[in-house]
Ligand binder design. Structure first.
Ligand code: OAD
Length: 230
């Protein structure tokens, strides 16, 4: 069963990571164009660095939940037949034990050098504007895909969607493309499609099956069914 799973902020919500568009979402109190666009970064790099520094530090006080662990268990069963595509910039899938994970919107724990394109694993703050360990330039930015930038790993993701038998979308509002278009792509490729989300997403009607509820309840149950061949 070749399977692609798309995850969004909703899978990390019960771990204590705020979602983007719910009532207490991250955008609240923050102008999106100020903190999530290249133009915002150019205009006020310190504000943007501090915003992501805060998010990076917060990773230290959250832990993977039952939904992340269930997907790691599914990976243990399916091996290379599974790809987890996450829009999330946290590292909770990996901390739960998953290894076949691609971060299409980047990672908080990476810094990207705008001068030499080197990518570094990064746990400290970027606000003090430290030099790039590779080239020495003071040009490090959070390795986050901002609005107007090209998501990562698209070639691999599209190839895997073309080949998959099962596509599941977990904890995402379906508001942001290209991820919101994956269900149509998987469907056209002949895959069975399932949505697991707290409430109806923008794309709910495109799925073969929709289950509503909390990720920590829905995902372990669904994984058990997939493993049992249901
Ligand atoms: P959103 O905040 O847009 O949507 C989160 C979804 O998760 C909503 O549909 C909620 O109903 C659902 N949800 C909340 N709590 C849940 C729970 N406990 N169990 C299951 N579902 C739950 O987040 P995303 O769809 O991930 O991009 O947002 C997509 C992208 O928009 C993000 O990756 C980010 C943002 O712009 C970048 O940073 C580039």
């Amino acid at each position: 069963m070749r399977t692609v799973i798309l995850t969004g902020a909703g899978i990390s919500a019960e771990s204590g990571v705020a979602t983007f568009r719910d009532a207490d979402g991250l955008w609240e109190g923050h102008d999106v164009t100020a903190v999530a666009t290249p133009e915002g970064f150019a205009a006020n790099p310190e504000l943007v660095q501090r915003f992501y520094d805060e998010r990076r530090r917060a990773l230290g006080s959250v832990a993977p939940n039952a939904a992340h662990r269930a997907l790691a268990q599914l990976e243990a069963e399916l091996g290379d037949d599974l790809l987890i595509v996450t829009q999330n910039v946290d590292d909770l899938h990996e901390r739960a034990g998953a290894t076949r994970v691609v971060h299409m919107h980047g990672e908080l724990l990476n810094a990207l050098c705008s001068a030499c394109d080197a990518r570094h694993r990064w746990r400290d703050d970027l606000a003090p504007d430290p030099p790039c360990p590779a080239c020495g330039a003071h040009a490090l930015r959070p390795d986050i895909v901002w609005f107007g930038e090209m998501p990562y790993h698209m070639e691999e993701i599209m190839r895997r969607l073309d080949e998959c038998d099962l596509f599941a979308s977990i904890g995402t509002s379906g508001e942001v493309y290209p991820a919101a278009g994956f269900v149509a792509h998987a469907s056209a490729a002949g895959a069975r499609t399932v949505e697991l989300n707290l409430d109806a997403s923008r794309g709910s009607s495109m799925f073969d099956e929709v289950r509503q509820g909390r990720a920590t309840e829905l995902v372990p149950r669904w994984v058990d069914e997939v493993i049992a061949g249901g």
